[in-house]
Design a protein around this ligand. Structure first.
Ligand SMILES: [Zn+2]
Length: 436
């Protein structure tokens, strides 16, 4: 069990002592600006944490431990620290070993990497040299900077005997599908006659959304290739996700919820193939309120429908937050962007991506001639941005990197451009919790 509160002094005197001695962070902050954790006036470990009545998880799956405001305090260097400054600990471990021990909850499969990281990294090390200042000896700089990497005795033995470095139970193997004849499945002999060799295999996804791709195939071909047409399908146990989480978050009114439920049902019926508007079960009539009427300028109509009064409102973050146009292809995105960018007033700025031909990667000397910049710039690749991007102040942009998650700069964060510089762009966050 991992705890982040000071133990009761009467009930658990040993635990109390160990937490007081080893697991209290700080004092740092204004009380101790010279604390090693301090950088630019802030504690890099984010202490003191907030009081919290219940352990819960943040959006990334990291635990936020219970730290109740109990009034319990411990004295550290004449500063009284409370539950907000406790480094999460396991009481049995710190009492038994009488030491500072960091514990981490691996509730997330991706946290497991830390197990391997710490096993393989070796202990911290320092090289200390003591010199006499009276008799200056010759300095061997190479020797001074030799980084003494080593393998500890236990690890060395472990490797010499070729013991397993890791082991997983039950075994989970990700099987790529859609790749014909490329799936290796290992069957245990005694279960070879059972489907999938008796192994538990999980297939995930929504068949309404993800259909197999049969080049030039008919509807029947596609259906025939889908998982539910397999002779193994009767052996599957189906688990469904049925609850619409958007309706549970409490922010929607009853009438809105009813509207979404109706839409939701309609959408599911289409997916299940149980809703058709004609006798041949071939066509679906889309309600007029979610349709855009045909016009001579379809792109203009879409922009008008999704962004009404764009020119008056485009600088309003709420207006931008609530809207987005999704398109199946990037080409369409560029066309929409160009059109909207031209509508918005003000001087734009065009930014180019780096476009040098890498000298080191090819052995010939005339790659510049073979691949002129103009040609390279005309290429469009999925997953790689185009050579140029045009921006204006007030236009929304989306960040595509996890730059600083604690500051809310993540892949998918939406921002509005506030300044366009030569080498940098300033922008304000308009989505998620770090707005502004
Ligand atoms: Zn600190």
């Amino acid at each position: 069990m991992i705890t982040a509160e000071i133990p009761d002094m009467e009930l658990y005197p040993d635990g109390y002592k160990a937490v007081k001695n080893y697991m209290m962070h700080g004092p740092c902050g204004d009380l101790n600006p010279g604390c090693p954790c301090m950088k630019q006036g802030k504690c890099t470990k984010h202490f003191p944490k907030k009081f919290n009545n219940q352990t819960n998880f943040d959006a990334d799956g990291f635990p936020i431990y219970r730290r109740r405001n109990t009034g319990t305090k411990v004295d550290k260097n004449n500063v009284f620290l409370d539950n907000r400054n406790v480094v999460p600990y396991n009481r049995n471990l710190i009492v038994k070993f009488d030491a500072h021990i960091n514990v981490e909850l691996c509730n997330y499969s991706r946290s497991v990497k830390y197990l391997f990281k710490y096993v393989n990294k070796g202990s911290n090390r320092a090289t200390i040299g003591i010199e006499c200042s009276d008799t200056p000896t010759e300095r061997d700089e190479i020797k001074r900077y030799l980084d003494c990497r080593y393998i500890s005795t236990t690890e060395a033995c472990w490797r010499i005997f070729s013991f397993d470095i890791h082991h997983r139970q039950p075994e989970v193997e990700r099987l790529p599908f859609h790749l014909q004849g490329e799936n290796t499945i290992v069957f245990q002999e005694e279960s070879a006659d059972k489907p999938f060799g008796g192994l538990t295999i999980i297939f995930g996804g929504d068949f309404r959304q993800i259909l197999p791709v049969i080049p030039k195939g008919t509807r029947a071909d596609i259906l025939d290739a889908s998982l539910n047409s397999s002779c193994l399908w009767p052996f599957f146990k189906i688990y469904e996700l049925k609850q619409n989480m958007r309706l549970c978050c409490g922010r929607v009114s009853d009438s809105e919820a009813a509207e979404v439920t109706t839409f939701d049902k309609w959408l599911l019926q289409i997916g299940d193939g149980s809703f058709y508007s004609d006798v041949d079960n071939d066509l679906i009539k889309v309600p007029t309120d979610i349709c855009i009427m045909p016009s001579n300028d379809p792109i203009g109509s879409i922009i008008d429908a999704v962004y009404p009064s764009l020119l008056q409102k485009y600088s309003d973050p709420t207006y931008l937050q609530e809207r987005a146009i999704l398109t199946p292809k990037n080409e369409m995105v560029h066309e929409l962007n160009d059109k909207i960018m031209k509508m918005i007033q003000g001087e734009g700025r065009t930014y180019f991506s780096s476009d040098n031909v890498c000298k080191a990667s090819v052995n010939t000397n005339d790659e510049d001639l073979l691949y002129p910049k103009e040609f390279l710039n005309s290429l469009r690749f999925p997953g790689i941005p185009n050579i140029e991007v045009q921006l204006k102040v007030g236009t929304p942009v989306i960040l595509l990197r996890n730059q600083n998650q604690s500051e809310g700069l993540c892949n998918g964060t939406r921002l509005v451009v506030t300044h366009l510089g030569n080498w940098s762009i300033s922008a304000n966050i308009i989505s998620e919790k770090n707005i502004g």
